[in-house]
Design a protein around this ligand. Sequence first.
Ligand SMILES: Cc1ncc(COP(=O)(O)O)c(C=O)c1O
Length: 380
Amino acid sequence: MKLQFEDAYREVYEIVKPKYRLFTAGPVACFPEVLEIMKVQMFSHRAAEYKEIHVDTLKRLSDFLEAEKGEIIIFPSSGTGFMEAAVRNTVPRGGKVLVTTIGAFGDRFAEVVRTNGREPVLLRKEPGYAVKPEELDDALKKNPDVVAVTVTYNETSTGVLNPLPELAKVVKEHDKLLFVDAVSAMGGADIKFDKWGIDVVFGSSQKAFGVPPGLAVAAISERVFEIAEKMPERGWYFDLPLYRKFNEKKKGTPSTPPMPQIFGLNVVLRIVERMGGKYEWLEMYKKRSEMIRKGVKEIGLSILAEPGYESPTITAVVVPEGIKGVDVYNAMRERGFELAKGYGSVAEKTFRIGNMGYITFEDIEDMLTNLREVIEKLKG
Ligand SMILES: Cc1ncc(COP(=O)(O)O)c(C=O)c1O
């Protein structure tokens, strides 16, 4: 397309043009094929072409999440929209939710429960630690009146991956609903929706799928719809049964969806297929994160996550005495690498290295070489 007002474009481009190699917590660097498809001219979201992509994207997501029994729902929101949706559609006002929290995003789920007029009951762990099945079992025995349990699959602030299959088993034994925040896990860690008995699992486009922000995706169980259909005042924008109806009847969403992001996600899911399927793709994430953890340890730094529960998508690194996490972040930025600052209660004593989206193994090597030099300099 010819640019008639190129200077208008240039002015904005000068501000936002890429300057760093990204190891962020999200948004992350996107795959070039994704950015390319997102440039196409727009058209109606009720047109046949959109419907074709909508249905195909849901099918690909269903395969990726192993959610044959679930309904795939996509929201024109970021991932947090599904926290609101899960709570409003299934928990009556004043009802209790057991919120397991191992960091800032577990705390957010508790806030969403509370600000929607429901009551969060907390099972909290110290930063760096995962929830263990016996702890969850104990909390559920003490609180038999909760309607649902929330689990942050991958806590982005601490770089900890919760043992989701084991936790899901406990939730099912107590016959509660299970809501899984997989915002920084989906696309980077395995999810077996049907097998693990999840009720709501949601992710965001701007994380491990390597797509720009603005799209949230989820798999929802039949049980959720049964409850939701009878739930009064569940709202409109995040009304799950309404979304299911639109999936079926209109092959679309009730309101206008972020079409470019959906096209981008569809491209990524095709890339996954071409790379050999979901497990090959997840292996790439495993290798990236292992390479980062090994490099960080070789530099003499320690990792916040307890051994055995390290995240495949983000590493929170503990800084040595006398150095602040933000000093490392700033020094790396000066060298052309954007890492992520520490977040939540561990903000000062950590910095984070994300490995989501479009990153090569060479990028990781270069980042680690620079990190070693930065740490040596800061130590003085
Ligand atoms: C684990 C986790 N949950 C929830 C969120 C919020 O997601 P969003 O910004 O897409 O609403 C984030 C964002 O970083 C996250 O990492």
